[in-house]
Design a protein around this ligand. Structure first.
Ligand code: MN
Length: 256
C-alpha cells in the first residue's frame, strides 16, 4: 500500500522512526510530520498564517521521502494527501509517545492527524504506545504492521479510523488484542505553578502524572493496556448523539 506517515511528536521522534522502519519493508511510505512537538493539538488546522514545508532526510532512511512542516499534525496530513502530490491509500499516525485512551483522544494530535485523513476520504490508523517515555517501540511497530494488514483485508467504512494503543512490553509478552470503547478519563494532570526569575509573571505548566492502576473487572480500554493487551477502538468523526436527539422535543421553540 501507499502509506503516509505522520505524528504529533515531531518528524524526528523515535516512535515515528520505529513505525517507518517497520512498514518500509512491506509498503511504499512517505512521511509528512510537524517540525517539532505538537502533542495535544487535536485536530487544529493553520488558517491565519502560512505553513512552511521542508524536505528532510530521516537519519537512518535517506531513501524515504520525508517533509517537515511548521504546521499541525492535521496540516501535515492534508498537505501529504493533497498539495504534495503523493498517492495515499492509508494514513498511519504515530507511534505516539504516550497513550491515547478514553476521552484523551479528543485532545490528541495523533488522533487528530488520523481524523484529518478520514475527513479527506482516506482510511487511517492512530498508533500509540502506553509509556510516556518508551524505551522500546518494537512491539508497537509490529502491532502497526498487523493493523495495516488488517485494514487492508477489512476496509474501514467511510468516516472511520482505528485507534490503537500498545503496552510497552516485549512482543512475546503481548497477551492479545481487545476491542474496547472509550471511557471518561479523569483529569489527573496538574498545572505546576512557577514565577519568572524577575518575579513579574506567574506561569502554569501542565504536568502529566503517573496513571493509577485500574480495578480489575472494569471493561475499559486503559485496564486492558495495563494488563498487557493491545486495545483497538473504531472511532467515527460523527459525534452527534442520535439516541438523545431522537427523544428531544423542541416544540417550545419561539423567539421573543
Ligand atoms: Mn504526542
Amino acid at each position: 500500500m501507499n502509506i503516509l506517515l505522520s505524528n504529533d511528536d515531531g518528524i524526528f521522534a523515535e516512535g515515528l522512526r520505529a513505525l517507518a522502519e517497520e512498514l518500509r519493508h512491506f509498503h511504499k511510505i512517505v512521511v509528512v510530520a510537524p517540525d517539532s512537538q505538537r502533542s495535544g493539538t487535536s485536530h487544529a488546522c493553520t488558517y491565519a498564517e502560512p505553513v512552511c514545508v521542508k524536505k528532510v532526510q530521516l537519519p537512518t532512511m535517506p531513501d524515504i521521502p520525508a517533509f517537515s512542516t511548521s504546521g499541525t499534525p492535521a496540516d501535515c496530513v492534508r498537505l501529504g494527501c493533497t498539495s504534495l502530490g503523493f498517492d495515499v491509500d492509508l494514513v498511519v499516525s504515530g507511534i505516539n509517545h504516550g497513550a491515547n485512551l478514553g476521552t484523551h483522544v479528543l485532545y490528541s494530535g495523533t488522533v487528530g492527524a488520523a481524523m484529518e485523513a478520514v475527513l479527506g476520504g482516506k482510511p487511517a490508523i492512530a498508533m500509540s504506545c502506553y509509556s510516556w517515555k518508551p524505551a522500546d517501540f518494537s512491539a508497537a511497530a509490529r502491532v502497526a504492521l498487523w493493523a495495516v494488514s488488517h485494514v487492508e483485508q477489512n476496509p474501514l467504512p467511510s468516516g472511520m479510523l482505528l485507534n490503537v494503543n500498545v503496552p510497552e512490553l516485549p512482543v512475546a509478552e503481548i497477551k492479545g488484542v481487545r476491542l474496547t470503547g472509550l471511557y471518561r478519563q479523569a483529569y489527573e494532570e496538574k498545572h505546576v505553578q512557577f514565577t519568572d526569575p524577575l518575579g513579574h509573571k506567574t506561569y502554569f505548566w501542565m504536568s502529566p502524572t503517573d496513571r493509577p492502576p485500574i480495578e480489575d473487572g472494569t471493561d475499559i480500554d486503559e485496564r486492558w493496556v495495563q494488563n498487557g493487551y493491545v486495545t483497538l477502538t473504531p472511532i467515527h468523526y460523527d459525534i452527534t448523539c442520535y439516541s438523545y436527539m431522537s427523544g428531544m422535543d423542541v416544540s417550545d421553540f419561539h423567539l421573543r
